[in-house]
Design a protein around this ligand. Structure first.
Ligand SMILES: C[S@@+](CC[C@H](N)C(=O)[O-])C[C@H]1O[C@@H](n2cnc3c(N)ncnc32)[C@H](O)[C@@H]1O
Length: 696
């Protein structure tokens, strides 16, 4: 049987129920206790064990596969055959029998047999909401602010199925918000965070017992054993490591500082005499930066999101990979059949959780999961659990027209296509041409016949085409939710990056709303998502859209777990409906950090149409927003469409036949003007045949 998987991790509520609780790849983290949250961050008495920040290997190429013949059929290879007794053992998946997997799939089977599209059904069991199980990023954060062509290394990453894996994983893969704000690490009145609100308490207690002597007496730990605050004494300068201080010492002080700052204010008496709470927090920020290898700026930004003890849990979670998960492609197979086929190959897996009918979590494998015949035949996608969420929220219905504005490498596009059951149309757009190659490869591999791949800057929508029933904007972002997969985020982000990204996201979200048809009989929804946890890229963007597009309102995402979005942050108050948005965290949900918001787009009332919003040229971050209409959706007219079609035909002829159609009056036909006089210019040495003439 295959070796032990290294992707096992203690989810807040383990996948598949309590008996499947698993420890982290290094057995580091356990489910936190709801009784005394601070305890869980304490190590045994005495100096804490030093953990060196982990270095993660480069992602492997999993999507870089030959385009598949859509009809390719590996059924023969997939026939599970009769199971011997020995096989029967293999089929038992970590306490779950093959039968259990089958039972979980019963509904799904019905769905496939009836050929009827259905939204994924959420169980109402208590722990469903916290079932995590997530592994692979979606290349989300590989966004170049300057739209510079990607480096070769980036290319590799783009073509990959988004992994951040340790060595063994790599082998296996083959490849009320006011309160929230007050609770943030930098708030002097910080109270104990509600870190475990999504947890199954029984399970947490069980894990706590397991933790045994890891639980220590907080009061003892708060003893100041001669700690000082060197970063404060140096005037808060960003010197990252005092000379001669070992990581072990930094860790000891860091944990001590968490204890000091996490408690009610009187606990501060345990701190360094004469120093304020913010002094202690400043030192903590520096220590976290040194210990986990971040720049001090980013630590400060991320600490603001959480109560101080939860902040440490977040940083710790970023040190270990999330579980590996796959999505069964219902266009090619059923989850039960896929599970059986992979089990027969020595893969240990189980359903991802009751919230998904198509997800499987892979625990161990003796074969590379990214290179099995089933993978190559498009029976599944290596896809992080968190990246299922925006598509579940979008809930596309058969025969709809859906726009996926930033879609490469296609994890969500192919899921949308499957939920549409290959009906309707998915316009899968990405501005990065290189990335559209892996997108196209995935579309073919997964047997999606309802997808049109296009390559525009999404800010050109809806002028390119509009009137969609549903629009997904899985926006380019900083990737602060997927640090476990891309450790470079720790050091390469500056305040300017966040400003520019937020600016781009604001432009994109208006275009997304304007591309959605308010008169759609089945839809009229826009989903906005990022794999970043910063408020600049999440709530601020959504709040901006609500202000600029009064015809759009937030609705429930349909996701039954996740933390509510902030309704205020750092003195800014957002629209009260921001609580309908959902945040997902590695330390809470054992998934990549993610944000999901869902809008319903309605017809603009006369008042809205007349009372045009004043064009803003500068957003809150001081970034210029000059090129986006703020006074209403940009019109999409059939006449304009006509021009684009002509232009596209002209380019097609030029590319495929070498035939050049001169624009009218010598003017160059562009996507902007769409002008051309229909004159055919025959390339040298080529004769224009009648057939060509007619075609042209
Ligand atoms: C988060 S990733 C998309 C991941 C994809 N949705 C998936 O699930 O596989 C963001 C994508 O946005 C693309 N992008 C960046 N700026 C864009 C723009 N202005 N218009 C369209 N796409 C853009 C990037 O090339 C990148 O592929």
């Amino acid at each position: 049987m295959g070796r032990k998987a290294r992707n096992k991790q203690a989810p807040p509520t383990p996948l598949g129920g309590p008996k499947h609780a698993r420890n982290g790849s290094k057995g580091k983290r356990k489910a936190p206790s709801s009784t005394d949250e601070r305890k869980k961050f304490k190590s045994a008495k005495g100096p804490a064990k030093v953990k060196q920040p982990r270095v993660f290997p480069k992602r492997r190429r999993d999507e870089d596969v030959e385009e598949e013949d859509e009809d390719s059929d590996l059924d023969e290879a997939l026939q599970p055959g009769e199971l011997s007794e020995e096989d029967e053992e293999v089929v038992k998946v970590k306490g779950r029998s093959k039968k259990a997997v089958e039972e979980d799939d019963e509904d799904e089977d019905e769905e496939v047999e009836r050929g009827e599209a259905r939204e994924l059904v959420f169980s109402d069991s208590e722990d469903e909401g916290v079932n995590g199980g997530e592994a692979i990023p979606t290349g989300q954060h590989m966004f170049d602010l300057d739209e510079a062509p990607p480096s070769e290394e980036d290319e590799d990453e783009m073509l990959a199925d988004e992994f951040g894996v340790d060595e063994e994983d790599e082998e296996m893969l083959g490849g009320d918000s006011d309160e929230e704000e007050e609770d943030s690490a930098f708030d002097s009145d910080s109270e104990e965070g509600d870190v475990v609100d999504d947890m199954d308490v029984d399970e947490a207690e069980a894990d706590e017992e397991e933790d045994g002597d890891l639980q220590t007496n907080l009061e003892d730990d708060l003893t100041n054993e001669g700690y000082t605050l060197p970063a404060v004494d140096r005037g808060g300068e960003a010197e990252e490591h005092e000379h001669g201080t070992s990581l072990r010492e930094v860790e000891g002080r860091m944990r001590w500082l968490v204890g000091v700052c996490a408690g009610k204010d009187d606990k501060l008496s345990s701190g360094v005499p004469g120093k304020s709470r913010s002094d202690h927090l400043l030192q903590l920020q520096h220590d976290i930066a040194v210990y986990f290898g971040y720049n001090v700026f980013l630590v400060g930004k991320l600490m603001k999101l959480f109560p101080v003890d939860e902040a440490l849990a977040f940083f710790e979670a970023n040190e270990s990979p999330r579980p590996v998960t796959i999505r069964a492609n219902t266009l090619r197979t059923r989850r039960r059949d896929l599970a059986q086929a992979l089990i027969n190959r020595g893969v240990t897996l189980e359903p991802i959780g009751k919230w998904s009918k198509v997800g499987l979590q892979v625990f161990e494998s003796s074969v590379p999961v990214g290179a099995t015949p089933e993978y190559l035949a498009g029976h599944y996608m290596l896809q992080s659990a968190s990246s299922f969420l925006p598509v579940i929220a979008l809930a596309p219905q058969p025969n709809e027209r859906v726009l996926d504005m930033a879609s490469a490498p296609g994890g969500k596009t192919t899921y949308i296509s499957a939920l549409l059951q290959n009906t309707g149309t998915v316009f899968a757009n990405d501005s990065n041409k290189a990335r559209t190659k892996s997108l196209t490869a995935n579309v073919h591999r997964m047997g999606c016949k309802n997808v049109v791949v296009c390559n525009y800057d999404a800010r050109e929508f809806p002028r390119v085409i509009g009137g969609f029933d549903r629009v997904l904007l899985d926006a380019p972002c900083s990737g602060t939710g997927v640090i476990s997969k891309d450790q470079s985020v720790k050091v390469n982000k500056t305040e300017r990056d966040f400003q520019l990204l937020s600016h781009l996201q604001k432009q994109l979200i208006l275009c997304a709303i304007d591309s959605c048809s308010p008169t759609s009989s089945t839809g009229g929804y826009v989903v906005y998502s990022t794999c970043s946890v910063t408020v600049d890229e999440d709530e601020s963007v959504v709040d901006y859209a609500l202000r600029k597009r009064p015809n759009a309102r937030l609705v429930e995402t349909g996701l039954e777990f996740g933390v509510e979005g902030f309704r205020s942050f750092e003195g800014k108050t957002f629209h009260p409906s921001l609580n309908l948005t959902r945040r997902f965290y590695p330390h809470k949900h054992n998934m990549d950090g993610f944000f999901v918001a869902k809008f319903k787009v309605e017809k603009r009332t006369k008042a809205q149409a007349n009372g045009k919003a004043k064009a803003e040229t500068v957003d809150e971050a001081g970034v210029e927003i000059a090129d986006i209409e703020t006074d209403g959706p940009s019109a999409f007219t059939a006449a304009e469409d006509e021009e684009y079609i002509k232009e596209s035909k002209r380019k097609h002829l030029l590319k495929t036949k070498g035939i050049k159609i001169q624009p009218k009056g010598g003017e160059k036909a562009t996507a902007e003007t769409g002008k051309g006089n229909g004159q055919i210019k025959v390339p040298k040495g080529k004769k224009l045949t009648e057939k060509r003439r007619v075609k042209a």
